[in-house]
Design a protein around this ligand. Structure first.
Ligand SMILES: O=C(O)[C@@H](CO)OP(=O)(O)O
Length: 233
């Protein structure tokens, strides 16, 4: 039975500084690197056939680090000259996992909030307003994307690229972001606008689904103690 794993990147250097990040392309912190390696350890029993990541380095790093000790080598499929010159020829190079990057999986574009400290933003704009910008379905931060706007690019990508891979029987890892993954989970689980307000995904904890008879069935968050089915909403 094919498996879908959704993985929010480990802590980034801007998560650590409590700054709104969005499309600002910052790397993982040391804690984030450890979280990614830990996720990889937990996922060791699964053999992934394809990996999808956003175009942002924190998601790419997370996927690569998680796969570091998997016994197989994740290889980014670049386009253009990089793609031509990076082609694999020898038989020995066969055991790789294709990594497909797409901006469709990028974090919500945070517009004018990118670079603001989250506590400072609450002081200036008020607790309630900032909460709605961050967690509501259709209230967009100034100049940025609401979750609904984000879903307009993540969900078609999910339908057109990720679901077909599952239908082909492939095990799929998706390494992306808090809000881009919230929009995907909202779609998979059919969450309401009220439920999505309360839903957030922890960094570096794999959320696992089984794909059976055209349906995704939640196995839950994979932790050291096993699976935890509770989405916390
Ligand atoms: O800053 C961001 O890009 C995101 C994820 O860290 O913020 P939020 O905590 O509002 O989801």
């Amino acid at each position: 039975m094919p498996v879908l794993v959704l993985l929010r990147h480990g802590e980034s250097l801007w998560n650590k500084l409590n700054l709104f990040t969005g499309w600002v392309d910052v790397p993982l912190s040391e804690k984030g690197i450890k979280e990614a390696l830990k996720a990889g350890e937990l996922l060791r029993g699964l053999r992934f056939d394809v990996i999808f990541t956003s175009e942002l380095v924190r998601a790419i790093q997370t996927a690569m680090l998680a796969m570091a000790e998997s016994g197989r080598v994740p290889v980014i499929l670049h386009e253009g000259r990089m793609g031509e010159w990076g082609r694999i020829h020898g038989e020995d190079g066969k055991d790789f996992i294709p990594v497909i990057k797409s901006w469709h999986l990028n974090e919500r574009y945070y517009g004018e909030l990118q670079g603001w400290n989250k506590d400072r933003a609450r002081e200036v704009f008020g607790e309630e307003r900032v909460y709605l910008w961050r967690r509501s379905y259709d209230i967009a931060p100034p100049g940025g994307e609401s979750l609904k706007d984000t879903a307009e690019r993540t969900v078609p990508f999910f339908r057109e690229r990720i679901l077909p891979a599952l239908e082909e029987g492939k095990n799929v890892l998706v390494s992306a972001h808090g809000n881009s993954l919230r929009s995907v989970v909202m779609h998979i689980e059919g969450l309401t606008k009220e439920e999505i307000l309360r839903f957030n995904i922890p960094t570096g904890v794999p959320l696992v689904y089984d794909y059976a008879n055209g349906e995704l069935v939640r196995r839950g968050y994979l932790t050291e103690k096993g699976y935890d089915k509770d989405l916390g909403i």
